[in-house]
Design a protein around this ligand. Structure first.
Ligand code: Z5A
Ligand code: MG
Length: 208
């Protein structure tokens, strides 16, 4: 039986990395992959872009680099799934599309950055998650959380757009968890119920 691909998406500081690590600990034979994966050749460029405000890239280049970063790991993900291992993703293609769309809304641009098909096309062919979870929370709670405001994009106006763009592009089968006023343990319990109830046995799916 192949392993399952489980994606945890969500707004900034909604607890994705916390929950992805907890789920990874709970499932035997699982691997955690966080996007952007900053240690790869492309991931290192992305890290510089996110942490150094003087390092500029065109919006299109940044978008394509985030997708290329996923392709750097695609083979590895498919091979793990085929070996019966579970893979837990912390962010994936929906972050790629939502942040780029949000950028185009904030800058009022009417170019390819505002074109869903253009934004989606570099991710076509990547393995599709079997389960997608989306953690959402009030923007007020988000900006109070630790570490907020340290990187590019961590601005309240921008996050309002990110939230609305995610709502437009998430897949119909997404499991949305509102984490407002929920403890880490309570969110963990909700995720556990969804994951346990949603494990069917079929072939790997791909974005088409
Ligand atoms: N980006 C993009 O533009 N295009 C793409 O294709 C991709 C990403 C993949 C960096 O991502 C940026 O890249 C991001 C999107 C863009 N831009 N922004 N902004 P990242 O994933 O590396 O970002 P991060 O630095 O890991 O932050 P995060 O993911 O937003 O945080 P999180 O993982 O959701 O939250 P956390 O680290 O688990 O928790 C945050 C804090 O809250 C921490 O102190 C926890 O202890 C606390 N916490 C967690 N859960 C709770 C609960 N339930 N209650 C109270 N406190 C909690
Ligand atoms: Mg995180």
């Amino acid at each position: 039986m192949r392993g399952k691909l489980i994606l945890i998406e969500g707004l900034d500081r909604s607890g994705k990395s916390t929950q992805a690590a907890l789920l990874n600990q709970r499932i035997a034979n699982s691997h955690l992959i966080k996007f952007p994966e900053r240690s790869t050749p492309i991931g290192q460029i992305i890290n510089k872009y996110l942490t150094d405000s003087s390092y500029d890239l065109s919006d299109q280049s940044a978008h394509l680099l985030f997708s290329a970063n996923r392709w750097e790991l695609a083979k590895d993900i498919i091979s793990k799934l085929n070996n019966g291992e579970f893979v837990i993703l912390d962010r994936y293609i929906y972050s790629g599309i939502a942040y780029s769309l949000a950028k185009s809304k904030v800058s009022n641009s009417s170019n390819e950055m505002n074109d869903y098909n253009w934004l989606y096309s570099p991710d076509k062919g990547l393995p599709k998650p079997d389960i997608t979870l989306f953690l959402t929370l009030d923007l007020q709670e988000l900006s109070n959380r630790k570490g907020w405001g340290e990187e590019r994009y961590e601005l309240k106006e921008f996050q309002i757009q990110v939230k609305s763009c995610f709502e437009k592009i998430l897949p119909p089968n997404v499991n949305i968890i509102n984490v407002n006023n929920l403890s880490i343990e309570q969110v963990e319990a909700e995720i556990s119920i969804i994951v346990t109830n949603d494990l069917t046995n079929d072939d790997i799916h791909y974005f088409t």
